[in-house]
Design a protein around this ligand. Sequence first.
Ligand SMILES: Cc1cc2nc3c(=O)[nH]c(=O)nc-3n(C[C@H](O)[C@H](O)[C@H](O)COP(=O)(O)OP(=O)(O)OC[C@H]3O[C@@H](n4cnc5c(N)ncnc54)[C@H](O)[C@@H]3O)c2cc1C
Length: 409
Amino acid sequence: MSADFDVAVVGGGLAGACLAALLARHSGIEAARIALFAQVPPQPPAADSPPDVRVVAISRASERILRAADAWSRLPARRLCAYERMCVWHESTQPEKAGALCFDAADVGEPNLGYIVENGLLQAACLASFRDAGGRLLTHPLRALRVDERHAHLTLQDAETLTARLVVGADGARSLVREQLRLPAHTHDYRELALVATVRTQQPHRHTAWQRFLSTGPLALLPLFDGSCSIVWTLGTQRGASLRDCGPQAFEAQVESASGGVLGAVTLAGERRSFALQALAADTYVAARCALVGDAAHVIHPLAGQGANLGLLDAAALCEALAEARAAREDPGALRVLRRYEQRRRTHNLAMAAAIDVFHRGFALAGGPAAWLINGGLGVVNRSGPLKRLFARQALGLAGELPRLARVS
Ligand SMILES: Cc1cc2nc3c(=O)[nH]c(=O)nc-3n(C[C@H](O)[C@H](O)[C@H](O)COP(=O)(O)OP(=O)(O)OC[C@H]3O[C@@H](n4cnc5c(N)ncnc54)[C@H](O)[C@@H]3O)c2cc1C
């Protein structure tokens, strides 16, 4: 019996939707033999609506991947906000002082360091690209999964079962695919909330991504296309909940104080949302006829704004491994094919998670000596041209070994 699909991608978040679009255009697999299970296809914000509360910082590497997916050109240019500068400092100093780390895209000969983009827009652009390429978009949630030697069997809500030669779990941190196939994962509960909201600021954001590290957790102010800022503020669970629920004026005063007044007074411009934070690392990303990408494989603290970027790199690397398999007439679900993908991504993702953990422990939690040590380190980096360029390349997502689809401009 031949399978219904060559590849079934479960989850239409950023990683899954981008993977599906890449596969339909770059893997050599016929698009009609690729299925994407996107449970709740996102509603992109209307052209003239204020910025959505969920945004992500997209690196240059991710921009290239999204171009390859034929998604980038579908984004409305006026809703993208390029950030040209990044400024990171500890509460014990100020952004213009020696202890802060501030770098410009110009330091590395780039027009910007990346873009702040609404999640819903990115997902919708990837889904549209996938559909236009002839892929099969199914709005059913996956209910159960089993794998035998030849096929993955996917059971949907109405008990219908479809088969695929490869199933990809792109179904987020609480991945059903990972759970059903019993792929072990380590988790760590940060006991923190990330509070997100859009605010208007007294002073212009100057196309800069600002981040102040406080002993209670980091606060980021990210520039948005209409001149407002998106804040991502990490706090202990209780304090986070009370700031999410307090009156707007109390919230605004707290944000202004926590930002050290870097952009003056702030005014809340919409809803506040909170996300409980955890770290997750799957012990393996692959098994026979199965691969995990994005948050299904790894979840990191949002302080460096890298989670979605890592998921897009996973998508590019998996597409590349499947294209190579196709060219060599190999089975896309064969473990040896999938291992090539895992080898190219797992170490990189683990290294990023470890680096973020050092920052988190040193800065956000320890306060005292560890924070002072890292704080001093930021000053050293700021005074060293080569180190600063290295940080800028990290921010651009261009450091280290990249999948081919992330190398082409
Ligand atoms: C506050 C905050 C700020 C962040 N900022 C940034 C940033 O600036 N830059 C950055 O790179 N990253 C950032 N991240 C991380 C980033 O948001 C995530 O890493 C990324 O969205 C994960 O995408 P994903 O597609 O892997 O998973 P998800 O977005 O979780 O998508 C999973 C999808 O699978 C679907 N699904 C689940 N179960 C099923 C099922 N059984 N059947 C069918 N579908 C299913 C879900 O509906 C969902 O659509 C941030 C995270 C947080 C919390």
